[in-house]
Design a protein around this ligand. Sequence first.
Ligand code: NAX
Length: 325
Amino acid sequence: MAVPIRVAVSGAAGQISYSLLFRIASGEIFGADRPVHLHMLEIPQVMDKLEGVAMELTDCAFPTLAEIKMFDNADEAFDGINQAFLVGSRPRGPGMERAELIKVNGPIFVGQGKALNRAADDVRCMVVGNPANTNCLIAMNNSDVPNDRFSAMMRLDENRAKSQLAAKAGVPVADVSNATIWGNHSNNQYPDFENAKIDGKPAAEVINDEAWLRDTFIPTVQERGAAVIKARGASSAASAASAALDHVNSLITPTPAGDWFSASVCSNGEYDVDPGLMFGFPLTSTGNGDWKVVEGLPMSDWARGKFEASLNELRTEREVVKDLL
Ligand code: NAX
């Protein structure tokens, strides 16, 4: 058997985790021969429910699941972990403004950022809980873990974008590559069709319908989360869990030559994004948990306008939480 991995999942009794935990435990992501030690983190009020999730994980009899631990505090939960999935956060209540959501969730990520100091030396941390970019920014700024170990999830948006492009072009989704979601995981994200490819050719040429790309594709991807809530009566869960696994998989496997993937990472000033801001970029990885921004992609003035709108939103979010950084 390979070296065991300790994986923490926060919000472990929530609906995304109800899909995510089982796929982590099954060996699907870290390898069929790698024992997984699960550290499930929740708030004290839902520990009974979490017990039920642990029972179901046990009942799956996954050969890779070496241990299940349950915690109601981050300090203990993150002790010795190699990978953190920060899924838990408070959902937006009726009539709640985005700024209010940021304020109520911010303190959670201060504590969790500090608790990550107790993790293993090689720890990597990915954030799903919304507002994901800014929560990740807070955790990163409150932790001694190097900045390049933190990332926030844009992958659900990327997967949604690829599926929309594939459906429009009438091709399998595997034919779509080089999809980028720039900026924030919010409805101000910019899904980039100018640099995306279908079967190796520019997606815009293959689709040949600029009006659809601008006026249907972009809002469909931006508003997909709301459309799922409307249809399902609950927010995206299995697709979000699947995207979280894709996100980590892209960081632990070498990126196929010529392609890239999207995640929000700490800017080093690429594309004139403020250094230190968590921003959705096109990335490649050598497969060791590392990443590098793909630089020099062309952008029309129109696209740069969309990019700037997302950048400005992230600057505003940073301003709201500046006391926590
Ligand atoms: P749920 O409300 O089903 O589960 C969240 C869980 O987090 C709850 O069980 C809650 O008790 C727990 N929690 C709250 N505060 C906690 C804390 N301090 N420590 C540990 N656990 C805590 O939400 P779910 O549908 O699972 O969504 C989780 C988060 O993912 C939400 O913030 C949601 O907005 C966000 N999403 C992010 C996406 C992305 O692409 N980045 C897409 C999907 C999803 O909307």
